[in-house]
Design a protein around this ligand. Structure first.
Ligand code: BGC
Length: 452
C-alpha cells in the first residue's frame, strides 16, 4: 500500500489526522477524567460522558431458559428476533429485518413507535405467537438514562435520528402504548438495554472474562463492568450486595466540552456543522461509520479543487454530501497490494472514470488515514476502560460494521492497544455474533425471573 507521504498535497491535509503516541496517552487520561465525572453523584449533571447505570449486575449464568422476543433499534434497519434459550450452548435465533423509511427517523416519535409495533405484530403473526404472552427485550441504541431494567428516558438522539416528542420520555412506555393501541398481540416489554450492553452480556455468555462491550458501527460506544461502589448514580451503590454493574459510558459524546479540540481537524469541524446534531457526539464523529466516508469525501474534494487528484476528470456525485459510504473505505482497503479493482469500481459508481494508478493509491492512503485514526481513538477508549477496571486479562465483545468489515481494523486495535498498555494487561478482541438480539433475550430472561 502506498504511503500517504508519497502524495505531498494529500499528506499536508492528512497530517493532523495522524495521532502521535503522546496524543493518544493524553486522550486516555482525559477520557478517564470524563468517565469519573459521569459516575460521580456531584459531577454527573455537568458530565458529558454520562456513564449511565444499566441496572444489569450479573453476567449470564448459562441457566437462562425460555423464549423471548427482542427488538434491535439503532440504525437505519431494525430487527425483530425470536430467541429461544434452551441450554447453555444452544441459542436459536429467528430474525427479520425491516427497512425504515428515512422520513421515520426524523418524523414524529409516535409514527416511529407505531411502525415498530406494526412490524412486531406482523412478526408475531407470522411466527404464530400472537396469542402468547411474550416478554420482550428492547435494544435501543441511543443515550438513555435508565431508571430501572424496564424504564429508560431518552436524553438525546444520535446517528441521524431526530424524532419529535421522544426526548425526556420513557421509551419503554412509548412502545408499550403503541403495542396496546393495536391490541392484537400480547407483548410485554420487560427490559430496555443499549447495544453495547447486549454485546457484553452475550459475549460473556460464552467467554467468562468478557468485561467490555464495544460497538464500532454507524455509531460508537462502549460499556464495561464497574464496581457497584463506584456507580454513585445508583441508589443502592453503597449498600448493594451485588459487586458489579454494567455502565454504559456513551463515550460518543466525549469531547463535546472541547477536551478533544487538541486533536480535532478542520474536517471534523466541518462534519460537525453539516450534521443534524452539531456540537454533539464529538468522539463518535471522529470514529464511526456514519462519518468516516464523509471525511474521506471532503478530503478528496479539497484535493480535486487544488488540482492534486483526478486531474481533468469530472464527477457530480463526489460533490454530494454523504455520498462516499464508509463501506467504500473497507472495500478500497481490501484491494490486493498493487491492484485497485475495488477502488476503480467505487470511483466508477461515483462517476469518476479514467483515474490513474497514482490517484487510486492516493485515495487508498486517505482511507487508511481515516480508518487508522478511528482505530487509534477506539484503542484509547478501550485502554482507558481496561486501566479503570484494573483488569489483567479481559475479553472485549465487539460488534458493528466498521469492526466487522474493515480488513485491518482488528489488527489496528490490537497493535495500538498493545502499545498503549505496555504489557500491563492481556486482552482479547472477540467479534460478537448477534449480540444485540441474544443479549436482549438474556437480559429479558433475568428481568422476567426478577419479576416472578
Ligand atoms: C449511541 C449509543 C450506541 C452507539 C452504537 C451511539 O450513537 O448514542 O447509545 O450504543 O451509537 O450504536
Amino acid at each position: 500500500m502506498a504511503a500517504i507521504t508519497q502524495f505531498p498535497a494529500a499528506f499536508e491535509i492528512c497530517k493532523p489526522f495522524m495521532l502521535t503516541d503522546q496524543q493518544m496517552q493524553e486522550i486516555v487520561v482525559r477520557l478517564n477524567k470524563e468517565i469519573n465525572m459521569g459516575l460521580g453523584r456531584d459531577t454527573h449533571a455537568r458530565a458529558v460522558v454520562k456513564c449511565y447505570i444499566t441496572h444489569v449486575h450479573d453476567l449470564p449464568s448459562g441457566n437462562e431458559r425460555g423464549r423471548f422476543l427482542a427488538l434491535d433499534l439503532g440504525g437505519t434497519n431494525f430487527r425483530v428476533l425470536l430467541v429461544t434459550l434452551s441450554s447453555d450452548s444452544d441459542v436459536d435465533i429467528l430474525s427479520k429485518s425491516y427497512v425504515m423509511d428515512k422520513s421515520l427517523l426524523v418524523g414524529p416519535g409516535r409514527a416511529l413507535f407505531d411502525f415498530i409495533a406494526e412490524c412486531l405484530s406482523n412478526f408475531c403473526k407470522e411466527q404464530n405467537i400472537d396469542k402468547e404472552e411474550m416478554p420482550l427485550g428492547f435494544t435501543f441504541s441511543f443515550p438513555v438514562q435508565q431508571i430501572g431494567l424496564d424504564k429508560g428516558i431518552l436524553t438525546s438522539w444520535t446517528k441521524g435520528f431526530k424524532c419529535e416528542g421522544v426526548i425526556g420520555k420513557n421509551v419503554v412506555e412509548l412502545l408499550q402504548h403503541a403495542i396496546e393501541r393495536r391490541g392484537d398481540v400480547k407483548i410485554k416489554i420487560v427490559a430496555i438495554l443499549n447495544d453495547t450492553t447486549g454485546t457484553l452480556v452475550s459475549c460473556a455468555y460464552k467467554q467468562r472474562n468478557c468485561r467490555i462491550g464495544l460497538i464500532v458501527g454507524t455509531g460508537s460506544n462502549a460499556c464495561y463492568m464497574e464496581r457497584t461502589g463506584n456507580t454513585e448514580m445508583y441508589e443502592g451503590y453503597q449498600t448493594s450486595n451485588k459487586p458489579n454493574m454494567i455502565v454504559n459510558t456513551e463515550w460518543g459524546a466525549f469531547g463535546d466540552n472541547g477536551v478533544l479540540d487538541f486533536v480535532r481537524t478542520s474536517y471534523d469541524k466541518r462534519i460537525d456543522q453539516e450534521s443534524i446534531n452539531p456540537h454533539k457526539q464529538t468522539f463518535e464523529k471522529c470514529i464511526s461509520g456514519m462519518y468516516m466516508g464523509e471525511l474521506v469525501r471532503l478530503i478528496i474534494v479539497d484535493l480535486m479543487e487544488q488540482g492534486a487528484i483526478f486531474k481533468n476528470l469530472k464527477s457530480q456525485s463526489i460533490y454530494e454530501k454523504w455520498r462516499f459510504e464508509t463501506s467504500f473505505i473497507s472495500e478500497i482497503e481490501s484491494d490486493e497490494p498493487g491492484h485497485h479493482r475495488n477502488c476503480a469500481n467505487i470511483l466508477d459508481q461515483l462517476g469518476i472514470r479514467g483515474a490513474t494508478d497514482n490517484d487510486m493509491q492516493c485515495v487508498q492512503a486517505i482511507c487508511e488515514t481515516i480508518s487508522t485514526r478511528s482505530a487509534k481513538l477506539v484503542s484509547c477508549g478501550l485502554v482507558c476502560l481496561i486501566n479503570k477496571m484494573n483488569a489483567k486479562d479481559c475479553a472485549i465483545g465487539i460488534d458493528g460494521g466498521v469492526y466487522r468489515f474493515h480488513p485491518k481494523y482488528h489488527d489496528l486495535l490490537v497493535d495500538n492497544m498493545t502499545k498503549l498498555l505496555r504489557g500491563s494487561a492481556k486482552f482479547e478482541l472477540l467479534l460478537s455474533e448477534d449480540g444485540s438480539g441474544r443479549g436482549a433475550a438474556l437480559i429479558a430472561s433475568v428481568a422476567a425471573s426478577r419479576k416472578k
